[in-house]
Design a protein around this ligand. Sequence first.
Ligand code: FES
Ligand code: FES
Length: 160
Amino acid sequence: MKLELVLNGKPVELDFEPQETLAEVLRNRCHLTGLKVSCEVQVCGACTALVDDLPVSACTYLAYEARGRRVTTIEGIGDGERLHPIQQAFLDEFAFQCGFCTPGMILAAKALLQESPEPTDAEVVSYMDGNLCRCTGYRPILKAIRRAAGLMRQQARERP
Ligand code: FES
Ligand code: FES
């Protein structure tokens, strides 16, 4: 079957099998390996991708469901050579160790900050509760999301 979607801002058409998940298509057919797969049962959030700006667990989301939609992976959020403010904030706050959870964390945080540009800590914790990290601890991740929120608000103010 043919799958047409807008992937990281570009229209693409791919061959795929109807039973393939979005994670399989993104990793195996598009070679976007920033998206990780761990639990495969929609528990850990490592496979988070954005579909029309909302987070989905790509391990259980059929690629078929993404037809005609905008799909964003970690590879699509920076601006050329420049990191996205959330990526920068994760670096600045040392909010990762092995990095396995980080692409999913950053994409979930992006969706959160789009919906709520100045979230409370409680909102962040609640929104991010589907994204698990086994090694960093959640405090630096919370600080990074807070920092990213500030950076993004500042950028929005400076935009002409
Ligand atoms: S791999 Fe998809 S939620 Fe864990
Ligand atoms: S940084 Fe290792 S699982 Fe989160």
